[in-house]
Write a protein that binds this ligand. Structure first.
Ligand SMILES: *Cc1c(COP(=O)(O)O)cnc(C)c1O
Length: 395
């Protein structure tokens, strides 16, 4: 029999009154456990090496991840938020500048714009892909626009072709927020290899997750790669000499070693996500839900499978009652966050983003999810959405 180890721990206690979880939203523990022996060895190696920050294990991961993305360089940092922040500095965004982005994202996309003192200028999303609508971007470009920051939301590549063309015409760099889209592609090009910089997060719940905080910036520009390496390490040119305002945004050796190991499995995990997404699409097709799609010529990596329904709250509750966890990404669009009240946006400013925010429901999807688990979700949705009202009509 297999020995019990420190990774065998019971699942967390649930709050009283909640049904036992039949289908979790995701299960990080399953992945950690499957790689347990290798992870323990990697962590022990780092502990014994005496190099805990940056060093050869971070370099090895950076090289492997650059190759995976198809970019010339990768610079490991301590979070996706830092990746975005440092990338915007390298793009030359300064106080008073404007950066065009989407209001439908995790708020960190916009934090980075604020950290450099620039103003986020929101443009609404496309109603089927939920990514920045390029046809609305041009009219938002002003003399102060210094960058365009699209998000590859839920793992779907944003429509970068027209954005890169606009950027070229106006001399404005495109910075990709690829925090949810490791391995996503436009044609044959990996996301993160097309803009001036690609910004990745390895937050544990992302498609490639560290066992802690981590992020990375990819770029094809050697000067930017060099500046990023300096900026993340206090802008140190030589010991105790600092060229500009620097940051502590270094990647830990432990996370580098863990990520390098996990990266070897990422393609397989993406394929598992794609198979589950295809199954959801086929088996939920007849229901009154707006299903997510994979746009033509783009490879979606299904970080999230988010359906839309005007009664999202009721469906969420009824799934919860059946032990099925769901998520909402994101229930409040960024332009309506209290933190951005100073931008004076009102409801109605970005109708598609607001519609997604009020109707979105993310279904469980993770590489280790079994078909039996997924069948429970599918079955439950059929029950909930085709139940008859009193006059016998489906509601
Ligand atoms: C997770 C995420 C980030 C932030 O990454 P952290 O590693 O948590 O700092 C930024 N943008 C998007 C779209 C994300 O999903």
């Amino acid at each position: 029999m297999r020995q019990t180890t420190w990774m065998d721990r019971p699942t967390a206690d649930r709050p009283p009154g909640r049904p036992p979880t039949a289908v979790p939203f995701f299960d990080l523990h399953a992945q950690t456990k499957a790689l347990e022996a290798d992870l323990v060895q990697a962590m022990l190696d780092v502990a014994q090496s005496g190099v805990y920050i940056l060093g050869p294990r971070v370099t090895a991961f950076e090289e492997a991840f650059a190759a995976f993305v198809g970019a010339q360089h990768c610079v490991g940092v301590n979070s996706g938020t830092s990746a975005l922040h440092l990338a915007l500095i390298c793009a030359g965004v300064k106080p008073g500048d404007e950066v065009i982005t989407t209001p439908l994202s995790f708020v960190a996309t916009t934090w980075a714009i604020s950290y450099v003192g620039a103003r986020p200028v929101f443009v609404d999303v496309d109603p089927t892909t939920f990514t920045l609508d390029p046809s609305q971007v041009e009219r938002s470009i002003t003399a102060r626009t210094r960058a365009i920051l699209p998000v590859h939301l839920y793992g779907q590549p944003a429509d970068l072709g027209p954005l890169l063309n606009l950027g070229r015409d106006h001399g404005i760099p495109v910075i990709e927020d690829a925090a949810q889209a490791h391995g996503a592609r436009l044609g044959n090009d990996g996301v993160g290899s097309l803009g001036l910089c690609g910004c990745f997060s390895f937050y544990p719940g992302k498609n490639l997750g560290a066992l802690g905080e981590a992020g990375a910036v990819t770029t094809n520009d050697p000067a930017i790669a060099g500046r990023l390496r300096s900026l993340r390490n206090h802008a140190q040119t030589e010991r105790y000499h600092h060229a500009e305002l620097g940051f502590n945004a270094r990647m830990e050796a432990m996370q580098g070693a863990i990520l390098e190991l996990k990266l070897r499995h990422l393609e397989r995990w993406i394929e598992a996500r794609r198979a589950l997404a295809a199954r959801y699409q086929a088996q939920l097709a007849g229901l009154p839900l707006q299903l997510p799609v994979e746009a033509n010529g783009r490879r979606h990596v299904w970080h999230l499978f988010s359906v839309l329904h005007p009664e999202r709250g009721r469906i969420r509750q009824e799934l919860e009652a059946r032990g099925i966890e769901t998520g909402m990404h994101y229930p409040v669009p960024i332009h309506l966050q209290a933190a951005y009240a100073n931008l004076n946006h009102t409801p109605g400013s970005f109708p598609e983003s607001e519609r997604v925010a009020s109707c979105c429901l993310s279904l469980p999807l993770f590489p280790e999810m079994t078909e039996a688990q997924q069948d429970r979700v599918i079955q439950a949705l059929h029950e909930i959405l085709t139940c008859k009202s009193e006059d016998g009509e489906p509601r």
